[in-house]
Write a protein that binds this ligand. Structure first.
Ligand code: AP5
Length: 207
């Protein structure tokens, strides 16, 4: 399939977790704006310094910053056959800007109600060496890795509430925007990780 795929959904829906199977099936590289911003924050770059406060309070980083980041990333040679966007676009202006840079062929929306989100996010742990995402209950890490796992600074209950509010106000309307363009496939994200992977794989096969 030519063109890019957008993985869409609320914070903690399982976008990062499910990106793996889509990358495996399509060969498209994953482009996560959250990961790019976290890397900029940890390196203390100008972008990182600008983004840090927004991220730690659960607000969206301004559109023009994100669009510049994506324009640069899409210039890389591995992006020429389309990419898998994870966490981008998140506002209608971002989607409009994207439509002028590259073709989006499909949007896979992972649907999870707010009441499941807080548990998922507060229990998330990340392996900084491999990028693997774990959950203390739903995907427990191997005990030998426990000492090196980290918890994201924005993965606390107060910030999650702000992230959910930003999602409902600024990002959710984008689902309707893509649905009106006939390219949105909704996937039930409430089952186990394996069940959701099956539904995501079915959605990718039907593209
Ligand atoms: P970002 O990193 O994109 O965070 P997010 O959208 O809030 O998404 P998450 O990474 O929290 O969740 P996910 O859907 O990937 O879930 P995961 O698979 O890890 O953005 C962070 C910040 O950066 C934003 O707040 C903003 O400030 C800024 N930003 C980024 N992009 C931006 C943009 N485009 N515009 C403006 N600002 C931007 O799963 C979560 C947990 O649940 C894990 O522990 C996992 O193991 C578990 N889990 C997954 N699936 C299941 C399941 N089916 N059942 C049970 N547990 C599950």
């Amino acid at each position: 399939m030519t063109g890019s795929i957008v993985l869409f959904g609320p914070p903690g829906a399982g976008k990062g977790t499910q990106a793996e199977i889509i990358v495996e099936m399509t060969g498209k590289p994953q482009v996560s704006t959250g990961d790019m911003l976290r890397s900029a924050v940890s390196q203390g770059t100008e972008l990182g310094l600008e983004a840090k406060g927004y991220m730690e309070s659960g607000q969206l980083v301004p559109d023009q910053v994100i669009i510049g980041l994506i324009e640069d990333r899409l210039g890389d040679s591995d992006a020429s056959g389309g990419v898998l966007f994870d966490g981008f676009p998140r506002t209608i202006p971002q989607a409009e800007a994207l439509s002028k840079i590259t073709d989006v062929s499909a949007v896979i929306s992972i649907e999870v109600p707010d009441e499941d989100i807080v548990n998922r996010i507060v229990g998330r742990r990340m392996d900084p060496e491999t990028g693997e995402i774990y959950h203390v209950s739903f995907k427990p890490p191997p005990p030998e890795l426990a000492s090196r796992l980290i918890q994201r600074k924005d993965d606390n209950e107060d910030t999650v509430r702000n992230r959910l509010a930003a999602y409902h106000e600024q990002t959710k309307p984008l689902g309707v925007w893509y649905s009106n363009r006939g390219i949105l496939s909704a996937v039930d994200g409430t089952g186990t990780i394996q069940e959701v992977s099956q539904s995501v794989a079915n959605a990718v096969r039907s593209l």
